[in-house]
Design a protein around this ligand. Structure first.
Ligand SMILES: NC(=O)c1ccc[n+]([C@@H]2O[C@H](COP(=O)([O-])OP(=O)(O)OC[C@H]3O[C@@H](n4cnc5c(N)ncnc54)[C@H](OP(=O)(O)O)[C@@H]3O)[C@@H](O)[C@H]2O)c1
Length: 387
């Protein structure tokens, strides 16, 4: 595991960290034993930066972490957050007033079974809170008392990140950054670097999509509590999958895991200190930790930047689902266009195959309803440019 300085804090964090939102069930049901195994694996592999929040399962993720770290708290750099509510009757409520933050910080410490956190972050604060700045006085006080070593902000919008850095108060920002969302590299990262503010790149796998493991039909298996339902409603999920398909060129070289390539992409930016993929189990944690040291070539980085700059738009994109008869016909008509590779997901055999130009998949035995659709209907398709 490689380590990097977290901005001016002088904390040396593992470049692969662990995000624990998944352990609270925000990506579908979780078994606590798997969460604990993921944390255990992280520690064995030298992952020393763990991020959580009081909002994840209303404290569930913090409590699990407290349990996992009992007796070895000093081995990790622990980051938590407060200010927003994700579940229960007050879902969506935000409060960054000093009395509220003071109270929820104490509650976090109790659940984490520790006297201090290394990093306390305001969780998704709006711009006004940063501009008003009164909460920083409280955080300074808690720092003097030794309850927090450093504080920062976890932000949803660039302008909040920029204002936070300019305030001179925060040592660290946490912000979404991935192959599919490179916005932060435009303004936020250069400013953070210049100011010595540490950067935590969050959601590096685009909530799991950038592992390449999903097919269009997976959308149906996300339950209501799964954040992917909210973030990728309807066609959006399929469009995101198409973008992921366009990134498979990354696997043509020595890298064999799209997840690792996605993490390596985050770490390729010099402003980034650590990236905190959520790992639901030890297996995912091991794969993610092994991304430390994986490097993308300059050519691949350039291609990823170019793809993002044109919003991954390519001449023709199709994602066809069961019953999509009209779109399927159009797709068939255009199959002969040059320069396209066709990718097929087959849920039944659980593998992904690339179709060669003009070659149709063989029909499945016994289905005599004639048109290809009866055979193809259980597949998803996407046409992407070759190369
Ligand atoms: N506003 C905020 O402050 C904020 C917002 C979002 C996230 N965060 C932080 O950032 C962390 C990471 O973000 P995230 O969890 O939303 O998204 P993410 O890390 O991009 O994706 C996590 C999901 O990716 C899948 N995954 C991870 N490693 C994998 C592997 N090796 N192979 C296959 N699948 C793998 C898992 O999906 P499955 O569950 O389907 O297996 C996991 O739930 C969070 O845990 C949290 O600490 C903060």
């Amino acid at each position: 595991m490689n380590y990097r300085l977290l901005g001016r804090t002088a904390l040396r964090v593992s470049e692969i960290g662990l995000g624990t939102m998944v352990h609270a069930g925000h990506f579908g049901p979780m078994d606590d034993r798997e969460s604990l195994a993921a944390i255990e694996a992280a520690m064995e592999l030298g992952v020393n930066f763990i991020d959580t929040s009081d909002a994840y399962g209303a404290g569930k993720s913090e409590a699990l972490l407290g349990q996992a770290l009992r007796g070895r708290r000093e081995q990790v750099i622990l980051a938590t957050k407060g200010g927003t509510t994700m579940v229960g009757p007050h879902r969506g409520k935000r409060d960054y007033s000093p009395p509220y933050i003071s109270r929820v910080l104490e509650e976090s410490l109790r659940r984490l079974q520790t006297d201090y956190v290394d990093l306390y972050q305001l969780h998704n604060p709006p711009l006004e809170v940063i501009e008003r700045g009164e909460v920083f006085d409280l955080l300074d006080k808690r720092r003097e008392e030794g309850k927090i070593r450093f504080y920062g902000v976890s932000v949803n919008r660039d302008e909040v990140a920029l204002a936070s850095i300019r305030s001179g108060k925060v040592d660290v920002i946490q912000i979404e950054y991935s192959i599919l969302d490179q916005t932060a590299a435009r303004q936020v990262f250069p400013l953070a670097q210049a100011a010595g503010v540490g950067v935590i790149a969050r959601v590096p796998l685009r909530r799991g999509l950038l592992t390449g493991k999903f097919t269009p039909e997976d959308e149906d298996r996300f339950n209501e509590e799964d954040v992917r339902v909210r973030h990728f409603p309807g066609e959006r999920f399929q469009r995101e999958l198409v973008k992921v398909e366009l990134c498979r060129f990354l696997l043509k070289g020595p890298i064999h895991s799209l997840a690792q390539a996605a993490l390596a992409f985050c770490l390729a930016h010099p402003a980034v200190s650590t990236t905190i993929a959520g790992a639901r189990n030890a297996h995912q944690m091991r794969e993610n930790a092994a991304a430390s040291g994986v490097r993308l070539s300059q050519d691949h980085l350039r291609r990823l930047r170019e793809l993002w700059e044109r919003d991954f738009r390519v001449p023709m994109l199709y994602v066809l689902r069961r019953g999509d008869t009209d779109r399927f016909r159009t797709f068939q008509e255009r199959l002969e266009k040059p320069g396209l590779a066709r990718v097929m997901w087959d849920r039944r055999i659980g593998e992904r195959r690339t179709l060669h130009k003009g070659v149709m998949p063989e029909r499945r035995g016994g289905d005599r309803r004639g048109p290809l659709l009866s055979t193809w209907a259980t597949f998803g398709f996407v046409a992407v440019p070759q190369g």
